[in-house]
Design a protein around this ligand. Structure first.
Ligand code: IDP
Ligand code: MG
Length: 136
């Protein structure tokens, strides 16, 4: 069965959106396999976002993501990677449609409430980073 990593980012946790967001994933049939509240280290985040190293938004992104606790979760289900990306909505704030998490809750492209792995390979890599103890 496919698994993916989803994260409620610090702005989402501060705004009390963990329950609302998890409900949307569960409503779609995804199952929670593992979850934790953690303030991620800079080291973890630089690995997590290594594809974006050198981009202008990299430093603000790492600062934002390390600014407080996040809710990281492993979700399982058929097409889990694609489903979470669809439920999350588009990256750019102006493209995120109403009905998606970002469309409903994000007002900026940087502070966009949620993360979802972008492929099965990324999901494997990210789950190993965030949940090294997890045996799937
Ligand atoms: P994704 O989260 O939809 O996969 P990515 O392109 O992987 O989007 O970017 C990672 C994160 O970096 C985004 O979720 C967002 O927080 C931030 N980000 C991406 N593009 C921009 C940008 O153009 N300006 C500011 N922040 C950005
Ligand atoms: Mg991405």
């Amino acid at each position: 069965m496919e698994v993916t990593l989803a994260i409620v980012k610090p702005d989402g946790v501060k705004r009390g959106l963990i329950g609302e967001i998890l409900k949307r994933y569960e409503n779609k049939g995804l199952r929670l396999k593992a979850a934790k509240v953690v303030t991620p280290s800079i080291e973890l985040l630089e690995k997590h976002y290594e594809e974006h190293k050198g981009k202008p938004f990299f430093k603000p992104l790492i600062e934002y993501m390390s600014s407080g606790p996040v809710f990281a979760m492993v979700l399982e289900g058929e097409n889990a990677v694609k489903l979470v990306r669809m439920i999350n909505g588009a990256t750019k704030v102006e493209d995120a449609l109403p009905g998606t998490i970002r469309g409903d809750f994000a007002s900026s492209t940087t502070y966009n409430v949620v993360h979802g792995s972008d492929s099965v390979e990324s999901a494997k890599r990210e789950i190993a980073l965030w949940f090294p103890e997890l045996i799937l």
